[in-house]
Ligand binder design. Structure first.
Ligand SMILES: N[C@@H](CCC(=O)N[C@@H](CS)C(=O)NCC(=O)O)C(=O)O
Length: 205
């Protein structure tokens, strides 16, 4: 694969998981940055040319545009060692990637965005009212991950897969949303395994 362009805001975990997947499978991406704090994904040009949904990440392959971070990770990793063999394990990998988008990212990533990037004093009333619920849901997601990792090294099929990458992206910065990761020893050990792998790149790299 070559000539791929990643439209991103480099601070976003959803964009980072794509760079991490690409690094592990040896695909080079051209990166184009947009500042979501200044509405750069909401311009008429972006909406009509890149993503009508007004969000990054978007992967451009020639004149085709793929949105949704976990779909993009799957596209890059398809056929590589990051995808387990076997239909059940492949579906189980997708299960964790869907779970990440429904139970993890909307709580942990949103709180990180609100607290670290917008700032608590600048939140509107509707956002403030959701903080408690998102924190409870985020804690529940971390509990579930920690329990799952008690008797296994990786989320699926005893091997490092795209599911681990998608879950790692926002888990490893959960402290920026005021989650105490020290309370989750299995998650800490799993993150250390990921961060010491050959081919690993950090969010800021
Ligand atoms: N489910 C989408 C979420 C995309 C998303 O929420 N992107 C955020 C940054 S992480 C964004 O572009 N926000 C800017 C905006 O909504 O204006 C994915 O996984 O790609």
């Amino acid at each position: 694969m070559s000539g791929l362009i990643l439209h991103e805001d480099a601070r976003s975990g959803n964009c980072y998981k794509i760079r991490l997947t690409a690094a592990h499978v040896g695909i080079k991406l051209e990166r184009r940055n947009y500042d979501i704090m200044h509405g750069e994904t909401r311009t008429p040009e972006f909406l009509s040319n890149i993503n009508a949904n007004g969000r990054i990440p978007v992967l451009q392959d020639g004149n085709r545009f793929l949105t949704e971070s976990n779909a993009i990770c799957f596209f890059l990793a398809n056929g590589s060692k990051l995808i387990p063999d076997g239909h059940f394990d492949q579906a189980d990998m997708l299960r964790w990637m869907f779970w990440e988008q429904y139970n993890h990212e909307p709580n942990i990533a949103t709180l990180r965005f609100w607290l670290r990037f917008i700032g608590i004093e600048a939140l509107n009333d509707a956002q403030r009212m959701q903080i408690t619920g998102k924190r409870e849901n985020g804690l529940h997601a971390l509990d579930l991950m920690d329990n799952h990792l008690k008797d296994r090294k990786w989320f699926v099929a005893d091997q490092f897969s795209v599911a681990d990458i998608c879950l790692f992206a926002y888990t490893h910065v959960a402290d920026e949303a005021d989650f105490d990761l020290e309370a989750y020893p299995e998650i800490i050990r799993w993150m250390e395994r990921i961060m010491t792998m050959d081919g690993h790149v950090g969010l800021e790299d």
